[in-house]
Design a protein. Sequence first.
Length: 133
Amino acid sequence: MLSSIHLLQPHLLSVLRIVSSFVLFSYGTQKILHFPAAASVPPVGSLPWIAGLLELTLGFLVLVGFKTRVAAFVLAGLMAFAYFIAHAPKSFYPAQNGGVAAILFCFLFLYFVAAGAGPFSIDALMKRKQVAA
């Protein structure tokens, strides 16, 4: 039983990467593309707008698994900044300061820096082509 679960690990890494980056990507689409419609949209050039641009572009790269480690590293830093700039000053506790998503995203993307993209990714496809050549 445990050996069959162990065989799922790389595939579940890809699923975790796809789902988490899709959620982050949706924050970027809301801030930059105004989809789905948001109650408020950050002004162009503001810190939340720049964060949205990074969520949109780098979130997409992580979603498809292209240059995952580099994109995830930047996103982990972005989420750390978001937590300490916007949430931590309100309260120490994430459940009280509204920073649960930011802190979870920070550590998820930090994990992808170490673990990579998994088998369902452009990175893995490119690696397989290099080995075959």
